[in-house]
Ligand binder design. Structure first.
Ligand code: BEZ
Length: 387
C-alpha cells in the first residue's frame, strides 16, 4: 500500500470517528406530550417533574447528551392526538416521545411511533394494547398496564371472601380494561360481578349511578377513576351515604395524588397499585426528599413513572452510546436491566411493560399506606404482542 493511500485511510477513520461522536453528543430533543389542562392536568405535571428530576440529578444530561424539551398539551383528547404527535415528530424533530396519561391518546401515539419508528416511552397510560397487540421494538412503558392493578385487586377481594361486586368507571380503554382485569381474577376466585356501570370520560355526574349501586346492594364496589374525576367520585360516594354500607375499592389511581382534596372521605379506602407512600426504602426516601425539595410538593405514582421513563431512556441511550438509530441494541439493554425505581426494582418484559410488585394500600390521613403485597412481580400477559 502506498503512503498516500495509508494517509487517506487514516484521514477517513478520523472523519468517521468525528461524525459518530458529533452524533452522540448532540442535544437530545425530548417531546413531552402530556395533559396540562382538564381532569388529568396534575398527572401530566407530576410526570414532567419526575422526568426532569432525574435529568437534573444527572447534570442536565442523559448519557452525555444535553436534554432539550418541547411540550404539547394533549388535553387528554384522543381526537387531537395524531396531529399533536405528528407535529412533535415532523415540525419539532424530537428524538424521543414521552406520553401520555390517557389511554386513547397513548394508543394514537403508539400507532404513529410504530409507523415512523420514533422511540416512545409511555409514562402512564395503561392501554393494554400498547404492550399487547401494538407492541414494537421502539415502544416502552414505565408505568403499568390497565390489567395489572385491576387483576391484583380482583385476587385480593376474592381472597377476602367478598362474593358480589358492582363496578363503576369511565367508559374508555382504561376503565374497561381495569374492570376486565378485576373481573378476570375476582370471578376466578369465586366472586361475581353483579353490575357494570359506566359514564363517558371525563363526565362526573355520578348521582344516577350511585342510586343504582344503592338499589343493587352489592357487598362491595370496585372502581377506576383518576385525577379530578377521582376526587369528585370519592366525595360523592361518601355524601351519598354509601361509604358506610358498601365498601369502596379501586385501582390505586382513585386515591393517588388526590388525598389533599378528598380529605376524610377517602379515609380507609383499599386500593392496589405499583407505588405507595412511605415505602421507607433508601431509594424511595431519597426520591421523595429530592422531589419535595425541588417542587415543594409530595410525589405520587405519576412522578415516579416520569422519573422511571427517564431512567429507561438513560439505560438504552448508554447502551447505544447515544445513537438512537440502534433500536435493537437499545431494546436489548432495557430488557435485561433491573430499573432501580422508587417503587422498588422492576424489570421490563419482552413486550416492554414493567414486571412489578403491586401493593395493597389503605388510605390513612394523607397517605396511601402499604398493607401488603397484593401481587408479587406481576407481569401483564401481553396478549397479542408479536415483536
Ligand atoms: C389511562 O387512561 O390509561 C389512565 C389515566 C389516568 C390514570 C391511570 C390510567
Amino acid at each position: 500500500m502506498t503512503k498516500l493511500r495509508l494517509h487517506l485511510i487514516a484521514a477517513a477513520a478520523v472523519l468517521c470517528a468525528t461524525a459518530v461522536s458529533a452524533q452522540t453528543t448532540a442535544k437530545l430533543k425530548v417531546g413531552l406530550m402530556l395533559p396540562y389542562t382538564g381532569t388529568f392536568a396534575s398527572l401530566g405535571t407530576a410526570i414532567e417533574n419526575g422526568f426532569k428530576l432525574y435529568v437534573a440529578e444527572n447534570g442536565g444530561k442523559l448519557s452525555g447528551r444535553e436534554v432539550e424539551f418541547v411540550k404539547v398539551d394533549d388535553e387528554s383528547d384522543p381526537s387531537k392526538a395524531t396531529d399533536n404527535v405528528n407535529k412533535l415528530i415532523k415540525r419539532d424533530n424530537v428524538d424521543v416521545l414521552i406520553g401520555s396519561v390517557h389511554s386513547g391518546v397513548a394508543m394514537a401515539m403508539a400507532k404513529v411511533a410504530k409507523d415512523t419508528g420514533t422511540l416512545l416511552i409511555v409514562p402512564n397510560a395503561g392501554a393494554d394494547a400498547v404492550t399487547g397487540a401494538m407492541c414494537a421494538p421502539n415502544i416502552f412503558r414505565s408505568s403499568f398496564s390497565n390489567w395489572q392493578p385491576g387483576y391484583a385487586m380482583g385476587e385480593v377481594m376474592a381472597k377476602k371472601g367478598i362474593k358480589t361486586v358492582a363496578t363503576i368507571t369511565w367508559k374508555y380503554a382504561a376503565g374497561d380494561e381495569s374492570v376486565r382485569g378485576f373481573k378476570e381474577a375476582f370471578e376466578k376466585g369465586g366472586g361475581k360481578v353483579v353490575k357494570e356501570l359506566s359514564l363517558p370520560f371525563p363526565n362526573v355526574e355520578f348521582q344516577a349511578l350511585l342510586t343504582d349501586i344503592a338499589a343493587t346492594k352489592p357487598e362491595a364496589v370496585f372502581t377506576f377513576f383518576a385525577g379530578g374525576g377521582a376526587v369528585k367520585f370519592v366525595k360523592d360516594y361518601s355524601a351519598a351515604g354509601l361509604k358506610k354500607t358498601i365498601p369502596l375499592y379501586g385501582s390505586g389511581f382513585l386515591t393517588d395524588g388526590t388525598l389533599d382534596a378528598q380529605g376524610a372521605d377517602a379515609d380507609g379506602i383499599f386500593t392496589a397499585l405499583h407505588y405507595a407512600d412511605s415505602l421507607g426504602t433508601p431509594k424511595d426516601s431519597a426520591f421523595r426528599l429530592a422531589y419535595a425539595k425541588s417542587y415543594k410538593l409530595q410525589p405520587d405514582v405519576y412522578a415516579v413513572q416520569g422519573y422511571d421513563a427517564a431512567q429507561i431512556l438513560a439505560t438504552g441511550l448508554t447502551a447505544v452510546k447515544g445513537d438512537l438509530s440502534k433500536k435493537a441494541e437499545f431494546a436489548a439493554a432495557v430488557e435485561k436491566t433491573k430499573i432501580d425505581s422508587p417503587r422498588g426494582p422492576f424489570t421490563v418484559s419482552k413486550a416492554h411493560n414493567p414486571v412489578q410488585d403491586i401493593y395493597l394500600r389503605q388510605v390513612s390521613g394523607k397517605e396511601n399506606k402499604v398493607v401488603g403485597i397484593a401481587s408479587k412481580a406481576l407481569a401483564d400477559p401481553g396478549r397479542g404482542c408479536r415483536m
